[in-house]
Design a protein around this ligand. Structure first.
Ligand SMILES: Nc1nc2c(ncn2[C@@H]2O[C@H](COP(=O)(O)OP(=O)(O)O)[C@@H](O)[C@H]2O)c(=O)[nH]1
Ligand SMILES: [Mg+2]
Length: 318
C-alpha cells in the first residue's frame, strides 16, 4: 500500500479490509499494474506508459478511458516528476469512478415495502446476490421478504427457498412456469400486509430471445405500478465482471428497456477483467451499488471508489 504512514487501530483495521479486497481483486490487479511500478522508480517513462496502455486495453477499461489515463498521467508526471507513480495513478483514476459511487439507500417511508427488482441474464449471480443482500439488509434491522420471480427454471425457485429457510426469510413462490408478474404482485401484497420493509424480487434471465426477455422485464416493472403507482423501487442490474465488454452491452440493453437504477458487479474475485468497472462508469454513469467478490454471504460489498482503486494499486513489493 502506498503513502500510508503511522496508523491508528481503526486505520489498521481498515487496512486489513482493504488488503483482503486487494487479495480478491488479485487477478485484475496483477493484470493491470503488476510489476509495472516500483517504489524506487519515481519517473514514469515512455516504455512504462506504453506497457500500461496495452494493459488497460486488455483489462477492458475501454479505449477512451485508457487514453484519458495515459494523457493525464503524462501531464501529471511532467508537472511533478518525483511524485509516487501510484499516487499519480490514483489521482487520475479516482475521478473516473467517484461519480458511480452511490450507495443503495432504502427511504424511510410509511408506505412499505420498498421493492428491489433484481434483473440480469442467466448465471450472472442474481440469486446469490439476493441472498447476500437480504442478509445485509436484515443485519441493518430491516424486515426482508423474497419473491421467487424466476419461474422459468424450477431450480431457481428451490435455490431461493433454500436460501430463505437458512436465513429465516419468507420466500413467496409459485410453481415452476407460473407467471412471474403474478408472483411478484402476490409478494407485494403479502409484504404490505406484513409490514415488510424490503421485498427483493428475483427474475428470469433467459427467455427464448433477448426481445422476449426485455418485454418480460417491462411487464414486471408495470406490475409495481399496478400494485401502487407510488411504489418506491430500485431496478438493480446484476452483471458478471468476467464477461468484460459483454457486461457493458447487457447494461445498455437493460437500461434502454427498463431503466436501471443501480448495478451489482459480481465475480470480481475470479477475473482479470475487473477494469470493466471503468468502462461502465464512463459509458453509462449508472450507480454501482455493490461488488461481488466471492460466493460467501459477506462477499457483497458496497462499492467504494477509493477503496477499489487502492486495492488495485497495492504495490507488489509491500
Ligand atoms: N466467485 C464468485 N462467484 C459468484 C459470485 N456471485 C455469484 N457467483 C456464482 O455464480 C454462479 C451463478 O449464480 P446465480 O446466483 O445462480 O446466478 P443467476 O442465474 O443470475 O441467478 C453460482 O455458482 C454463484 O455461486 C461472486 O461474486 N464471486
Ligand atoms: Mg437465479
Amino acid at each position: 500500500m502506498f503513502g500510508f504512514k503511522k496508523k491508528s487501530a481503526k486505520e489498521s483495521e481498515e487496512n486489513t479490509e482493504r488488503a483482503s479486497l486487494s487479495d480478491r481483486l488479485q487477478r485484475t490487479r496483477s493484470g493491470l499494474f503488476g510489476g509495472l511500478f516500483s517504489r524506487n522508480k519515481k519517473v514514469i517513462d515512455n516504455a512504462t506508459l506504453e506497457e500500461l496502455e496495452d494493459r488497460l486495453i486488455m483489462a477492458d477499461i475501454g479505449t477512451k478511458t485508457t487514453d484519458q489515463v495515459i494523457q493525464l498521467l503524462k501531464a501529471e508526471s511532467k508537472k511533478n516528476s518525483d511524485a509516487n507513480p501510484l499516487e499519480q495513478l490514483k489521482k487520475v483514476l479516482l475521478p473516473a469512478l467517484e461519480p458511480v459511487e452511490q450507495a443503495l439507500t432504502i427511504p424511510e417511508s410509511d408506505k412499505k415495502p420498498f421493492l428491489i427488482l433484481v434483473i440480469g441474464v442467466n448465471g450472472v449471480g442474481k440469486t446469490t446476490t439476493i441472498g447476500k443482500l437480504a442478509k445485509r439488509l436484515q443485519n441493518e434491522g430491516k424486515k426482508v421478504m423474497l419473491a421467487a420471480g424466476d419461474t422459468f427454471r424450477a431450480a431457481a425457485i428451490e435455490q431461493l427457498q433454500v436460501w430463505g429457510e437458512r436465513n429465516k426469510i419468507t420466500v413467496v413462490a409459485q410453481t415452476h412456469g407460473s407467471d412471474s408478474g403474478a408472483v411478484i404482485f402476490d409478494a407485494l401484497e403479502s409484504a404490505r400486509a406484513n409490514n415488510i420493509d424490503v421485498l427483493i424480487a428475483d427474475t428470469a434471465g433467459r427467455l427464448h430471445n433477448k426481445d422476449n426477455l426485455m418485454e418480460e422485464m417491462k411487464k414486471i416493472h408495470r406490475i409495481g405500478d399496478k400494485f401502487d403507482p407510488d411504489l418506491k423501487r430500485e431496478v438493480l442490474l446484476v452483471l458478471d465482471a468476467g464477461t468484460g465488454q459483454n457486461a457493458l452491452v447487457q447494461a445498455k440493453q437493460f437500461n434502454e428497456s427498463v431503466g436501471v437504477d443501480g448495478i451489482v458487479l459480481t465475480k470480481l474475485d475470479g477475473t482479470a477483467k475487473g477494469g470493466i468497472v471503468f468502462s461502465l462508469a464512463d459509458k453509462l454513469n449508472i450507480p454501482i451499488r455493490f461488488i461481488g467478490v466471492g460466493e460467501q454471504v459477506d462477499d457483497l460489498r458496497p462499492f467504494n471508489a477509493s477503496e477499489f482503486i487502492d486495492a488495485l494499486l497495492v504495490s507488489d513489493e509491500q
